[in-house]
Design a protein around this ligand. Structure first.
Ligand SMILES: [Zn+2]
Length: 607
């Protein structure tokens, strides 16, 4: 058995079967085969591809991650409590169904329309053909709304936390292409599913690759204590902004004594900074909202469920679970700050911090998606940023240039490979990876270095308890060997573009302006958005494209009178047909001429 330093000697945590019993509890039926396809027949989800996980853990995986894979790869419809059901294992996330007077309310309709449709069909096959009478989005991440058109076309109440719409699309507007590329690494989207490949992501198995949709909410949950009734079902809300997502909420079904924890308390240590990249989450606020959830709801619930993993049954168990999750985030936050204020930097805190044995000993606090190592660095980043205060780090050469110098100092690429081999022999894979990374960045044609680095990444991946770390290492190894393989990812339907605010649309143009090309360009355009009822002015000067609503009455180079849909069409290259204008259309062409495109498959493990 691998080294699992979180129990007393002789105490074997793998003998505990509670999580397995809970993951199986209430099982009704499964989808068989567990394969979901698009109308054209393309497979967007295949849970059967994880059947190998039910075997013994091989030497190519960390036993704790393998164990979690066994739990997350369970698939089917489950009864949570009277009138509350979950479909698990048909996407990264869970879809929860709450039966009302006349139909069923869907909580979090997965990533893809196709998967959500399959989940609803599985429910209906077993519980009758109930109409969907409401939808709740627990938060603004795509795995909690993308499949909505698989369960409804709208016309029913759709509830979401305040700020949902803005945040649902924000990540796609700004860092979208970079996040999408890094997510290929984080979720292991280009890896084969096998004991030597992708065995999960800690939060669920993988992300589905179907069609992403979005129907705007009709009911805004804007305060804690707000109570709504949907299809005769009472729901009491707690807003938890800035926890796992910028817009998120927990809620209680008081008549069912069932508590939905969104993604604020799952069966693992969550991440304060996903490795794909995002703004840093607030561990302190997260802990505070969990304290509030205990006070408001725990005593009124016999079961708590979330939109990932399996539920927790029993009031005492719910309180214990939530208290430990709360202590986990509070401890990480406070101890990082304590050590930071003694002068330790992120990497030093990651090595120095010690977790309380009772937290470390609970399976649900283990670092399978987040980890102590990357979470404490995220907290450091939130408070102090990228600079650790050491002036040696103020003006370093970028990676390729540094690498060339290191390799030269060490006697050339072959010498670096030889040195790395010694570190590998001494089992210092971490330093071997650093050395070989220099060799590859100094000369990406150094095949010996590439092969050896791929081997080191593979071994680091096999040893990783964290699913996202494993996926990063193994994807890095694969790209060193095979080059960049474009991964199949979910496709967005026009809902997502329609959901953009006018601000977001203009921002999305601004971040595509090729600065140097636009240095000497100067132009102003008024956009009279007839359906929004607002006039916006955009100006381009010094390579900066800025916008403002309700501009002063001054002459501009071009005025366009159009709808928001036409503006979105323009961006998609549909032209200006039907758009009223004053001034020369050449002005618009000058703007388009300085727009740059993102690079979807940029290199990561090579320069
Ligand atoms: Zn999620």
């Amino acid at each position: 058995m691998a080294n699992l330093p979180f129990r007393e000697p002789g105490d074997d945590p793998f003998q505990e079967r509670d999580d397995f019993e809970d993951a199986d509890r209430g099982f009704i039926a499964k989808l068989s085969p567990a394969v979901v396809r698009t109308a054209e027949g393309r497979v967007v989800w295949d849970n059967d591809s994880y059947a190998f996980l039910q075997e013994e853990c091989p030497r190519t995986a960390h036993p704790a991650l393998w164990r979690l894979g066994q739990l997350c790869a369970r698939q089917g419809l489950y009864e949570v409590t009277d009138g509350v059901y979950q479909v698990r294992g048909l996407d990264l996330s869970n879809m929860t169904l709450v039966e009302g007077d006349t139909g069923v309310i869907v909580i979090d309709p997965l990533i893809s329309v196709e998967c959500a449709g399959a989940a609803l069909a599985l429910y209906r096959d077993n519980r009758g053909d109930r109409p969907v009478t409401g939808v709740v989005y627990t938060h603004s991440h795509v795995d909690h709304f993308g499949g909505v058109r698989g369960v409804t076309d709208g016309g029913v109440p759709i509830l979401a936390p305040a700020g949902f719409m803005e945040h649902a699309v924000t990540e796609h507007v700004y860092a979208g292409p970079a996040i999408t590329r890094r997510a290929v690494y984080m979720y292991g989207q280009a890896l084969e599913r096998s004991p030597r490949g992708q065995i999960g992501a800690g939060l669920g198995m993988a992300t589905s690759t179907g069609t992403v949709s979005l129907i705007p909410p009709t009911v805004c949950v804007s305060r804690t204590g707000q109570e709504e009734a949907v299809d005769g079902v009472r729901i009491v809300f707690q807003l938890t902004p800035g926890t796992e997502a910028p817009a998120e909420m927990n809620f209680l079904f008081p008549d069912r004594r069932a508590l939905c924890l969104a993604e604020n308390a799952t069966r693992n240590q969550h991440t304060l900074l996903p490795l794909r990249g995002s703004a840093v989450r607030d561990a302190r606020g997260w802990a505070r909202y969990l304290t509030e959830a205990i006070t408001l709801f725990a005593g009124r619930a016999d079961v708590a469920f979330a939109s990932h993993h399996w539920p927790t049954w029993g009031t005492d168990e719910v309180v214990r679970f939530l208290s430990q999750q709360r202590d986990l985030y509070a401890y990480l936050h406070d101890q990082t700050l304590r050590l930071m204020n003694k002068g330790l930097t992120g990497p030093e805190i990651a090595e120095a911090i010690r977790m309380p044995p009772r937290l470390e000993g609970a399976w649900h606090t283990r670092g399978h998606h987040g980890s102590v190592g990357h979470n404490v660095r995220a907290i450091y980043q939130r408070y102090l940023g990228w600079f650790d205060g050491n002036p040696a780090h103020l003006w370093e050469h970028p990676p390729r240039e540094s690498a060339a110098r290191y390799v030269s100092c060490l006697g050339g690429g072959a010498a670096v490979v030889a040195l790395a081999t010694d570190y590998i022999a001494a089992d210092d894979l971490r330093f071997a990876a650093q050395l070989l990374n220099h060799a590859v960045f100094a000369d990406e044609g150094n095949k010996e270095a590439r092969d050896l680095l791929a081997e080191v990444y593979t071994r680091l991946g096999y040893g990783a308890e964290n699913g996202t770390w494993r996926n990063f290492y193994l994807t890095g190894a694969r790209e060193l060997a095979d080059g960049i393989v474009p991964a199949v990812t979910a496709t967005a339907c026009p809902d997502l573009a329609t959901a953009l605010s006018v601000d977001q649309i203009f921002d999305s143009i601004a971040i595509r302006v090729h600065g140097p090309k636009a240095w000497n360009e100067s132009l102003s355009i008024d956009w009279d958005l007839t359906d929004v009822g607002t006039r916006y002015r955009t100006t381009l000067s010094n390579g900066a494209f800025v916008h403002q609503p309700d501009p002063p009455d001054e002459p501009v180079d071009l005025t366009l009178r159009l709808t928001k849909a036409q503006l979105i069409g323009l961006l998609a290259g549909k032209g200006v047909e039907g758009v009223e204008r004053e001034g020369s259309i050449g002005v618009l062409q000058r703007l388009v001429a300085v727009l740059d495109d993102p690079r979807p498959d940029f290199p990561i493990v090579t320069p």
